[in-house]
Write a protein that binds this ligand. Structure first.
Ligand code: PLP
Length: 412
């Protein structure tokens, strides 16, 4: 486990496994630029090359034997890994303080491959209630078809989480912060419940990134990310990540070799490039989101703001304990109905209307009209999605411009 947070930032310093010396661990920004990458690269390139190949050659049958009998380390076939992917995995593992990292083709591939690897027929999962729509669908519909049961419990109700555990429960899973309401889970408490009941814990930390929060340091077993979001950071790649102990990640990697949700070498390259600026981008997005959240909270046409950086947020104290910053997504409820919220969205000039989040460009959407479009208002309310809710993914533009734009949109 990574060292606990000596500076009280909520996020411990980075241990870079690629260093191998007794030097002081580098800061997050330094590790983001350098960790995981060998100093000398092929062709003396400064940047990590893209190894665009589907397969790898063997000199002779002896080399093949040496490979299968683990006497040498090398690549075999594209579905089992790629050198550019490995470097991206080492970098992200260093940033997350994880023993191992597996990159996959999307955030949903991270969720589905992990759950398929850890569960079998007759198993049971406990999940907290506010989470990405497709994760809910996979847990409640897809896994159900394979004889795996799922209990959904309110985020923040730790007694309910413990009470939902059965003898066949194999995993407790939650997002933190959650999508779209930015609920914050007390990671230390969640991990303790898992350990007490000998059940693995997994956190989808997409909204936080390791810059803001490192769940493994609080005792969580597995961290999942949609790397499509903040980690890539430029809305130009699809990828997912699973991080944790080598033992756990190995099992998931083995299943990936069968199910085939591999990351493309070019996406791995883009991810390496995106990760280099992670500290800069997240600092800016944290600051922009905080400014926007404070502006919105004071606005008469806004009923409620869901952002963990606001003292009014129900889990603000927990967020301060375990996070360095509170992330780049601000969700808020307009004083009005679905159409009133649409009018605000349509009047904004800077954020573009699009699904996804976490990139340098601000994006805006109404969850009721995006992820949950085909449901009725009543069905949406049953899963907690309000018609007047707007989710704003704050980019790296100037905060003053974003505030002026929203002020104009709300004033219409
Ligand atoms: C919290 C969270 N997890 C997972 C996903 C799925 O990621 P991807 O779109 O990369 O499959 C998303 C997508 O929005 C998400 O918000």
């Amino acid at each position: 486990m990574a060292a606990r947070d000596p500076q009280g930032t909520g996020v411990p310093p980075v241990d870079d496994p690629s260093r191998g010396d007794a030097g002081t661990p580098p800061g997050f920004g330094t590790a983001a630029v350098h960790a995981g990458e060998p100093r000398r690269k092929s062709g003396n390139a400064l940047t990590t090359p893209i190894t665009q190949t589907a397969t790898y050659t063997f000199a002779d049958t002896q080399e093949l034997r040496d490979h299968f009998e683990h006497r040498i380390e090398r690549e075999e076939y594209g579905r089992y890994g790629n050198p550019t992917q490995r470097i991206a995995e080492h970098k992200l593992a260093a940033l997350e303080g994880a023993q191992d990292c597996l990159l996959v083709s999307s955030g949903m591939a991270a969720v589905t491959t992990t759950l398929f690897a850890m569960l079998s027929r007759g198993a049971h999962v406990v999940v907290t209630d506010d989470s990405y729509r497709r994760t809910r669908q996979f847990l409640n519909q897809t896994l159900h078809r394979y004889g795996i049961e799922c209990s959904t419990v309110p985020a923040g109700d730790y007694e309910a989480i413990a009470e939902a555990i059965r003898p066949n429960t194999r995993i407790l899973i939650s997002e933190s912060p959650t999508n779209p309401y930015n609920r914050i889970l007390d990671l230390e408490r969640f991990a303790e419940i898992g350990r007490r009941h000998r059940v693995k814990t997994a956190i989808d930390a997409t909204f936080a990134t390791p810059y803001n929060q490192r769940p493994l340091a609080w005792g969580i077993d597995l961290v999942l990310h949609s790397a499509t979001k903040f980690l890539g950071g430029h809305n130009d790649l699809m990828a997912g990540a699973v991080l944790g102990s080598a033992d756990l990640v190995d099992g998931i990697r083995a299943l990936q070799g069968v199910t085939g949700a591999v990351i493309d070498p070019f996406a791995a390259y883009l991810l390496i490039r995106g990760l280099k600026t992670l500290a800069l981008r997240i600092e800016r997005q944290n600051a922009n989101a905080q400014t926007l959240a404070e502006f919105l909270e004071a606005h008469p046409k806004v009923r409620r703001v869901h952002y963990a950086g606001l003292p009014s947020h129900p889990e603000h104290a927990v967020a301060r304990k375990q996070m360095r910053g509170f992330g780049g997504v601000v969700s808020f409820e307009i004083d009005g109905d679905l159409d009133a919220a649409s009018r605000v969205v349509d009047a904004c000039r800077i954020p573009r209307i699009a699904p996804s989040l976490g990139g340098v460009e601000s994006l805006i959407e109404q969850p009721a009209l995006m992820s949950f479009y085909e449901l009725t208002t009543e069905e949406r309310l049953q899963v907690g999605i309000k018609d007047n809710l707007i989710r704003y993914s704050v980019g790296i533009e100037d905060a003053a411009d974003l505030v002026a734009d929203l002020a104009h949109a709300l004033g219409r």
